[in-house]
Ligand binder design. Structure first.
Ligand SMILES: [Zn+2]
Length: 273
């Protein structure tokens, strides 16, 4: 008999695009359900890769709760022909969420308390953790692809030049409306042009009346190169200090340019021979 989960949902859709020595693989599927998909199979003794997505996430993550919408099968994997790769997935992004501390409350204690004085959501939190699901994930490296220190920047002006788009995908990893108190959203986008490929992995957070924050990791690899430039930035501002319309700060792709840079790190991913 076939897997009951497969009867319920169509299989994940995979797309592969080859660009020189690099292969870009996009996997997209449905939102993970809020209940076990394989109740007869998932037990405490079941090996982790045989569990349904929900049970696997609960086994592997130490967070006391998960975002409302998790795309457990979605991923972007970029692989060099020598075997090294970088992968973006919801599981690895959620592994990088702080599971010990309510970091937003620590940083914005007063305004946070005022904004949520009678908010049921805040009272639900029994174990301290970052309920905004802010992640400092920068992609999972494996094989011969290694990070090394670099000062080489991605030329964003060059990327603004109109070029033919040979491949484009937007891959949702997770999202939650924070019980109508805002939005937390994790998305990765990939674009391949004749001059190179460009990736933006973005975590966007808005807590109404409190803060807007955007954590971005950008990757760029020029055509013919056997390396990838990687830049990670944190930008944030209290909403009271933002001088833009709510239509701008509600839109992750617009607001980041209006937020002051808080933290940044750059490095270079190289294929070790
Ligand atoms: Zn299960």
């Amino acid at each position: 008999m076939s897997d009951p989960a497969e009867l319920k949902f169509p299989p994940p859709q995979c797309e592969v695009f080859v660009f020189g020595d690099w292969t870009l693989k996009v996997t997209k599927s449905h939102i993970m359900g809020s209940q076990c998909e394989l109740p007869s199979l998932c037990t405490e003794d079941t090996e982790v890769d045989k569990l349904c997505n929900l049970c696997r996430y609960e086994r592997l993550l130490t967070l006391p709760s998960l975002p409302d919408m998790v795309f457990a099968n979605n991923s972007l994997r970029i692989e060099h022909k020598c075997g090294g790769s970088i992968t973006f997935s919801a599981l690895d992004a959620l592994r990088c969420v702080n599971d010990r501390e309510d970091t937003l409350q620590v940083a914005h204690a007063q305004v946070w308390k005022e904004a949520r004085a009678d908010c049921e959501f805040a009272k639900k939190v029994v174990k301290p953790y970052d309920w905004t699901y802010t992640t400092n994930f920068r992609g999972t490296l494996s094989g011969s692809l290694k990070a090394e220190a670099s000062t080489e920047r991605i030329d964003l002006d060059k990327l603004r030049v109109q070029e033919e788009i040979k491949f484009y995908e937007e891959i949702f990893l997770y999202e939650d409306e924070l019980d109508d108190n805002g939005s937390t959203r994790c998305v990765v986008k990939v674009r391949v042009m004749p001059s190179g490929f460009f990736v933006v992995f973005r975590h966007y957070l808005r807590v109404d009346q409190v803060i807007v924050r955007v954590n971005d990791t950008r990757l760029y690899s020029p055509v013919g190169a056997s390396y990838i430039l990687r830049e990670t930035s944190t930008r944030e501002a209290p909403i009271s200090k933002l001088r833009v319309d709510s239509s701008v700060y509600n839109t992750p792709d617009l607001v980041w340019q209006h937020l002051p840079l808080v933290k940044e790190s750059i490095d270079k991913l190289v294929v070790e021979s």
